[in-house]
Design a protein around this ligand. Structure first.
Ligand SMILES: *Cc1c(COP(=O)(O)O)cnc(C)c1O
Length: 433
């Protein structure tokens, strides 16, 4: 693709025509660490930590004021009543990940949710006891997977890693499907990344889920890098469970509350027998997963809410819900469809500029097909990657480096501009020459 207008002026024209351009003003842009004139950094790190929405301070103050003014009465009298504060988030977060509102809940943090869901959906039995992860795998997911196996008395031989071929950087879908076909009867559960944190690859989750279900396996997605970034269709793809965080593309702050998804087929909504199976499913339980009507009955029988809320343990941290609420409001206003449209254009533009550098010192390993990636481009540096990364930083770029040799840059459609991409490509050309 080369139908982008050229030069800085061209970038500014693209920004002028961007219907989402005004969202940038609603975020705190960190100043460039390399300059002292207050200009903003070229921030391409929303894949790691999204920026702070300006509206957050007032929202947090509202909670502090309500607590000060109302004490315990805030559970029902606060602006956002605490007793049910997680509930209004279900609809907007469902819209972001392609789910039905009763399939999602905002709670805990990502790895915690991963464990809670694997407890229910990784149930090795007999010959069917393998847990599959795709590679390269985020460290926390490897630890979660191995420790789950250990909790079932299983070992490393029951962990299967679907990794790219020797000498290749990203997975081939035909290899994944072929392994499922060949080894599916031994696989209990597959845990796939929504968008791979290292390569930026988005797998065809729908096709993989269909193949896995045909073999009787369950499928989960860790959508940490997909949520708020890629066009996720968790419900339509039919995945059994998923989890994600809200501090990357969803801008809810460091360590923010995470999300969890359970497909409605597992929520006991299909009659008495279905409900009995839902109730009996192994699950770690607490009072906030119980039907709110009987939540306060002492020592009663646990009656799971027929929604993803059934996995909720505790009453939610109110101050931590506020940033997720603010962020989801911005997403609802912008709309995932418009964000994806801009994202494809923005990342395509950045790719086009990087191609134009015709540099030999690095290669972009992220798939070129816009349907097989989100906004992140992973730049594999052939020589002294860390030095290249440091030179980018010294020129006012904030991006990140993942060992051994990948620099990740992510132009996010909510607050990045075409001009950011143009300036980044200028800097990359200068420092890699
Ligand atoms: C960011 C990320 C995590 C982080 O886990 P936390 O529990 O939020 O600390 C885990 N897995 C993947 C794939 C990630 O991208």
């Amino acid at each position: 693709m080369s139908d982008y207008p050229a030069g800085l002026e061209g970038a500014q024209q693209l920004d002028a025509a961007d219907p989402l351009a005004s969202f940038r003003e609603r975020f705190e842009l960190p100043p460039s660490p390399a300059h002292d004139d207050g200009r903003p950094a070229i921030y391409l790190c929303g894949n790691s930590l999204g920026l702070q929405p300006k509206a957050l301070r007032a929202e947090l103050n509202q909670e502090l004021d309500d607590w000060a003014r109302l004490g315990v009465e805030g559970h029902f009298e606060a602006e956002h009543p605490w007793y049910s504060a997680h509930a209004p988030l279900a609809e907007p977060v469902a819209a972001v990940v392609g789910a039905l509102p009763h399939e999602v809940v905002v709670m805990n943090s990502l790895t915690v949710n991963l464990h809670l869901l694997l407890t229910s959906f990784f149930r090795p039995e007999g010959e069917r006891r393998k847990l599959v992860i795709d590679g390269p795998t985020f460290p926390s997911d490897v630890y979660a997977a191995k420790s789950q196996l250990r909790c079932h008395g299983l070992g490393a031989e029951d962990l299967l890693v679907f990794a790219p071929r020797e000498g290749e950087e990203v997975l081939r879908i035909e290899d994944v499907l072929e392994r499922i076909e060949r080894e599916g009867q031994q696989i209990a559960t597959l845990l796939l990344s929504g968008v791979n944190y290292y390569t930026g690859q988005l797998l065809d989750i729908g096709a993989i889920t269909a193949a896995a279900h045909a073999q009787g396996c369950l499928v989960g997605v860790d959508a940490a890098h997909g949520a708020g970034n890629a066009d996720l269709r968790l419900h339509e793809w039919g995945v059994d469970f998923a989890c994600w965080c809200h501090y990357k593309y969803l801008n809810s702050g460091p360590g923010a509350l995470a999300g969890a998804f359970v497909h409605e087929r597992h929520l006991g909504r299909g009659g008495a027998e279905d409900f009995a199976a839902f109730k009996a499913r192994p699950r770690f339980e607490g009072w906030w997963g119980n039907d709110p009507e009987t939540r306060f009955e002492m020592g009663g029988d646990f009656v799971p809410v027929k929604s993803a809320d059934a996995w909720q343990l505790s009453n939610p941290p109110i101050l931590a819900l506020a940033p997720v609420r603010v962020s989801l409001r911005l997403f609802a206003e912008a709309g995932m469809e418009r964000l994806r449209a801009k994202s494809k254009q923005l990342t395509g533009y950045l790719e086009h500029l990087i191609d134009g550098l015709s540099a030999e010192s690095f290669t972009v390993i992220t798939p070129r097909d816009p349907e097989r990636r989100g906004c992140q481009l992973s730049i594999l540096a052939h020589d002294q990657p860390e030095a290249l990364f440091k030179r980018l930083q010294a020129a006012g770029v904030i991006c990140d480096f993942r060992r051994p040799n990948v620099i990740r840059v992510a132009p996010t459609p909510l607050y990045n501009t075409f001009e950011d991409c143009w300036r980044f490509a200028q800097v990359l050309g200068e420092v890699s020459g």
